[in-house]
Design a protein around this ligand. Structure first.
Ligand code: UD1
Length: 340
């Protein structure tokens, strides 16, 4: 049985990936510092798969703790590195926190890969590295634009660090550039649990429908898009999790054609904010309170993925549509809030 370390394995995407890995027959070790999630997620994972993953509460910024972890757990076949901070606005306010949380931790992990001969590494990247695209859909050859936020910059820098290390060591790595992950596990046992006021669209929608928020603010309806609202590529988190399994399999089978590969992980379909709102209302039968407000600084007009490379090389394709994703997000929100 191959042993995979998942950092940030109790987070939103991490937890769904742990489930997918266990179902595919991998042994999973989880590291998480619980800074943006709850220990209850471990229970949710175990209820879904009937396999309790090994868990250590650990902060990857603390080098000695990281070293000690790798001394205690050997024979790790691959690492999937999710642990990172992801709030764009917070990163502007506190850049050093973001560079420490997202870059220092990566360096600590890569140092351990070198010491222990771990050669398979998957990195959580983001379509944010593309900035405002010159053409759509966007493929992996598109230029990397200057990052608007320290958060975005940490993703760009991290990709470069990994690529440089691959050039001079036995490391083989894949960066998955996520588009907009949404939805929850169909079991209703794990999902997205934002701490505080949600920054992202779908949790804001579900919390508004649940009565936790008064109304959704739609950030702008005067963009150059058909209905004036921004366009994104919303990918079901279960599909996204599956892409990680495909990626780790590819590394373990040594199928990477170059030592560092990047793949877009999206559906290939762009949806506007207003389309998401009306799909949510149609799928759930709920009526959503919303108002149009000013544009949010830093938002790109439209971005959606060209997924051909992931389809062909990873042999991965999104299986769920936006309706399924929104229905699952709503089922999860209702469970969290105790709504029938
Ligand atoms: C953002 C980040 C991205 C990060 C991702 C995950 C930017 C430019 N991008 O993506 O780097 O990887 O979060 O955390 O910040 N919207 C509303 N009202 C809301 C919330 C969102 O209208 O209350 C709109 C936004 O303007 C946007 C769309 O919904 O058009 C999606 O927003 P969001 O879920 O925050 O994701 P991104 O901004 O695409």
């Amino acid at each position: 049985m191959k042993r995979i370390l998942v950092t940030g394995g109790l987070g939103y995407i991490g937890s769904h990936t742990v489930v997918a890995l266990q179902k595919a027959g991998y042994e999973v070790l989880i590291i998480d510092n619980l800074s943006n999630t709850s220990i209850d997620v471990l229970q949710g994972i175990t209820e879904i798969t009937n396999i309790p993953p090994t868990f250590e509460r650990l902060d990857l910024r603390v080098k000695n703790d990281v070293t000690s972890f790798f001394e205690r757990y050997n024979n790790i076949d691959g690492i999937i590195h999710f642990a990172a901070s992801k709030a764009v606005g917070e990163s502007v306010e506190n850049p050093l926190l973001y560079y420490e949380n997202n870059v220092t931790t990566l360096i600590h992990l890569l140092q351990e890969c070198k010491v222990h001969g771990i050669s398979n590494f998957i990195f959580s990247s983001s379509c944010t590295v593309y900035g405002e695209p010159d053409s759509l859909p966007i493929d992996e050859e598109a230029p990397i634009k200057k990052a608007i936020s320290p958060y975005g910059n940490t993703k760009q820098i991290s990709e470069e660090i990994i690529s440089d290390v691959c050039n001079v060591s036995n490391l083989n790595a894949i960066a998955l550039r996520y588009f907009n992950p949404v939805g929850a596990h169909p079991s209703g046992l794990i999902g997205e649990l934002p701490v505080g006021i949600p920054q992202n669209l779908v949790p804001y929608i579900t919390q508004t429908a649940a009565g936790v928020r008064k109304e959704l603010s739609i950030f702008g309806n005067d963009y150059p898009t058909p209905d004036g609202s921004c366009i994104r590529d919303y990918i079901h988190v279960v599909d996204l999790a599956d892409a990680h399994v495909k990626a780790i399999e590819r590394l373990i089978r040594a199928e990477n054609s170059t030592k560092f590969r990047v793949f877009n992980v999206g559906t290939g379909m762009g949806k506007s904010v207003l389309e998401i709102v009306s799909a949510f209302e149609r799928v759930t039968g709920e009526t959503l309170n919303y108002k149009i407000v000013d544009r949010r600084p830093g938002d790109v007009v439209a971005v959606y993925a060209d997924t051909k490379k992931a389809n062909d090389e990873l042999r991965w394709k999104a299986q769920h549509d936006i309706d399924a994703a929104l229905a699952s997000a709503w089922a999860w929100e209702k469970k969290v809030r105790g709504i029938d």
